[in-house]
Design a protein around this ligand. Structure first.
Ligand code: ZN
Ligand code: ZN
Length: 413
């Protein structure tokens, strides 16, 4: 048992409720969680009621049930979906209540399963939950995603340890990365968020027209739309409630212009998509669209991701993370996007967040698209940053300014 485990878990729960979700006394809290996370869910529930939550409800999941479907369900049944669940989420958000997602998956869970069926199930889920995810992507309410070590995941991160030790080690790492062990985690988080917000502010003032990535296997220029907004995970909901969309968080991000992108970019880490890894891959862009790709592993799955819809072969997010971030410094590959995306600069195939464009939330689909915003059912991040990545900003009058050098910020705030 880890030293101070119970106390640290309590601090984690308190940060979730009081800062990351920032639950308000008038709100209900809906939690989705794997059943392994019950000890944390219990602490969060208590903390939520202590913060005067009106009602806390939980929707549980369990990896072996997901696996059983791929093993035993009829092969033609993967477009089935329990819509009442997504309707429930939608209603909850529409009524202005808060959402906490505890995300924990065994990255190898579906390794042996048919990639086509995984693709169909993923696409069906994205279609059936699109109403709900579009509300979330407009920050209709305060929401937060965090993680919880389960054995299948911990084993993947620490393959040489027993399950029990691997889970302990993963907890220890998460407590470090989430600043839980610091004397005053709440104060540490406030300072961290202040810094992220300052970096975003600097980039907003610059209003670069394009970003140029260079490094081994990478030479890519991406256009940025006029009036793009750099953001950090420090958001405010439509009701004005400040919250942290995901923890840990180290990134600032905006949207690229979906029609302006030339060159090739090489992923710097594997991508875990629908329970399977896509490894050693590169994408080549012309006019902002993927026109070529290679992958050492998971080529077919990458193809099915790109084929999800028209927007899935365009980009919807560019995000910057210094190579010295605590996650990167842990030198671990987490096989979990929530962590890995905060270890490195990344870009996302698919949907752009409307709030990353000035006035974007109020725009019609056509207006958003003609301003350069991408739409897709998919939004899938993959890592491109490492200690060799250089990034330049191109100003309105065509000058080139350094933004990152060897993976680190090239400007002070
Ligand atoms: Zn991101
Ligand atoms: Zn993203």
């Amino acid at each position: 048992m880890l030293e101070n485990f119970d106390r640290n878990l309590q601090k984690y729960a308190d940060l979730i409720v009081n800062m990351w979700v920032n639950l308000q006394p008038t709100q209900r809290l809906l939690i989705r969680a794997p059943i392994e996370a019950a000890p944390l869910v219990e602490k969060v529930t208590i903390s939520a009621y202590q913060a005067s939550a009106r009602l806390v409800t939980v929707i549980w999941s369990h990896d072996p049930l997901e696996l059983a479907r791929f093993q035993y369900a009829p092969r033609d049944s993967f477009e089935e979906f329990a819509s009442w669940i997504s309707d429930g989420y939608y209603q909850h958000i529409k009524d202005g209540h808060a959402l906490l997602s505890i995300y924990a998956e065994d990255p190898d869970l579906l390794k042996e399963q048919d990639q086509k069926l995984i693709g169909i199930a993923m696409k069906t889920r994205m279609q059936k939950t699109s109403q709900f995810s579009s509300l979330l992507s407009k920050n209709a309410v305060n929401w937060n995603v965090i993680s919880y070590p389960i054995p299948g995941w911990a084993r993947k991160v620490f393959p040489r340890l027993s399950d029990e030790l691997a889970v302990e080690k993963l907890w220890d790492t998460i407590f470090d990365i989430c600043r839980i062990k610091q004397a005053d985690p709440l104060a540490a988080w406030k300072e961290h968020v202040r810094q992220l917000v300052s970096r975003a502010g600097y980039m907003n003032q610059k209003q670069y027209t394009a970003l140029k990535y260079s490094g081994p296997g990478t030479d890519l220029t991406l256009g940025l739309p006029e009036n793009h907004i750099w953001l950090s995970a420090g958001f405010a909901s439509q009701a004005g409630i400040p919250f942290i969309a995901n923890a840990p968080t180290e990134e600032i991000f905006t949207l690229p212009h979906k029609g302006i992108g030339e060159g090739t970019i090489r992923a710097s880490m594997p991508l875990n998509y629908g329970g399977t890894l896509i490894e050693d891959f590169s994408l080549t862009f012309k006019d902002g669209k993927v026109i070529g790709f290679t992958a050492e592993k998971g080529q077919e799955l990458l193809k099915s991701l790109l084929d999800t819809d028209e927007g899935a072969s365009h980009l919807g997010e560019v995000a910057l993370v210094p190579h010295s971030s605590p996650i990167s410094q842990s030198k671990l590959l987490f096989y979990n996007t929530l962590f890995d995306e905060n270890a490195a600069s990344h870009i996302a195939l698919g949907r752009a967040y409307r709030f990353s464009l000035e006035g974007g939330v109020a725009m019609s689909e056509e207006q958003f698209a003609s301003a350069g915003g991408n739409y897709s059912l998919a939004h899938v991040d993959f890592m491109v940053g490492n200690s060799e990545m250089n990034l330049d900003g191109i100003t309105k009058d065509g000058k080139t300014e350094p933004v990152m050098r060897k993976g680190e910020w090239a400007f002070e705030v």
